[in-house]
Design a protein. Structure first.
Length: 307
């Protein structure tokens, strides 16, 4: 297969995926929000997630990261994880609903006072979360209560779907910075101008710091720690924890990370995320490519990727 034919095939599949997603959300818009949410979550968990091989991949990652969890529990965790991921996807592409959920979310945790001080003293902060619960709830809530919060995002590979995605997350809140050279430049301008930023810690980085996550080496971005040190900003772990009914959130703010060095601070961020994942095992994106090949050393950690 020539490169041109392969490229055309990928673009065709991307177009089909875009049309399918557009049809699904267009038809869903005809129904009440609560019914729309339930139907989308059920279809995603029972149809799309299995088609992408996520239940099996979740079991593989659970065995790798937390071998003490019996294999008999993997199916149940996988089902609920896929439901949570489906709910998050629905919410991201339904920004008005996300803003409503964020408005209702209560802020708590040992670091909640740091958020209050950031607002009252107009102190810029670096907020760090992961692919857990619905991270966009955090961004929406912080903007609503007065934090000048910018978000760094990874553009989707599907160019057509990406336009819809960026439009949706922009309605949840701005400014937004794509994860590219221009985006990083704009983010730094925002920080230097006194703005706050929200970053995710749980993405594999070939040139990342060799810290651990669930006791396994997970090369992690050190940018959050470096930005906090360079600009003298509080570094605060924060999570939007989905509640038992699936449609309410609690925003949990962990203790701010004390300034030290980038590796130690990044490890503490990973440890914070690990603690909240252990307490809410089905709310992290277990299909996510967290442990994988590190090209610098040729070490095979895990080969799975998130579709």
């Amino acid at each position: 297969m020539t490169a041109r034919v392969k490229h055309l095939g990928i673009k065709t599949l991307d177009w089909i995926a875009f049309i399918a997603a557009t049809l699904v959300f267009s038809v869903a818009a005809l129904f009440p929000m609560a019914l729309r949410w339930r139907v989308f979550v059920a279809i995603f968990a029972r149809v799309f997630a299995p088609l992408m091989g996520w239940p099996k991949r979740i079991g593989t990652h659970l065995s790798f990261a937390i071998p003490e969890i019996p294999a008999a529990q993997h199916d149940q965790i996988a089902r609920q994880t896929c439901r949570n991921l489906g709910a998050t996807l629905f919410e991201i592409f339904t920004p008005a609903y996300t803003r409503k959920l964020a408005q209702q979310a209560q802020i708590t945790g040992p670091g909640a006072d740091a958020i209050t001080r950031a607002i009252t003293d107009k102190t810029p902060v670096i907020l760090v979360s992961g692919h857990f619960g619905n991270y966009d709830i955090i961004r929406s809530k912080m903007i609503a209560i007065g934090v000048d919060l910018g978000g760094l995002y990874r553009p989707l590979n599907n160019e057509w779907l990406n336009k819809t995605y960026v439009r949706a997350i922009s309605q949840t809140g701005t400014p937004l910075f794509p994860r590219d050279k221009a985006g990083f430049t704009d983010m730094l301008k925002h920080i230097k101008g006194g703005g706050s930023v929200a970053l995710l810690i749980d993405q594999h980085m070939d040139k990342g710091l060799p810290v651990t996550f669930f006791g396994k080496t997970a090369y992690s971005p050190g940018s959050a720690a470096r930005l906090a040190l360079k600009h003298n900003r509080p570094l605060i772990p924060i999570y939007a924890i989905r509640q038992s009914n699936g449609r309410e959130f609690m925003i949990w703010v962990d203790t701010p990370i004390a300034p030290s060095d980038p590796t130690k601070m990044t490890q503490e961020l990973n440890d914070s995320l690990e603690r909240v994942v252990r307490d809410n095992i089905d709310q992290w994106a277990w299909p996510h490519k967290r442990w994988k090949v590190n090209r610098r050393e040729g070490i095979l950690i895990s080969t799975s990727t998130m579709s």
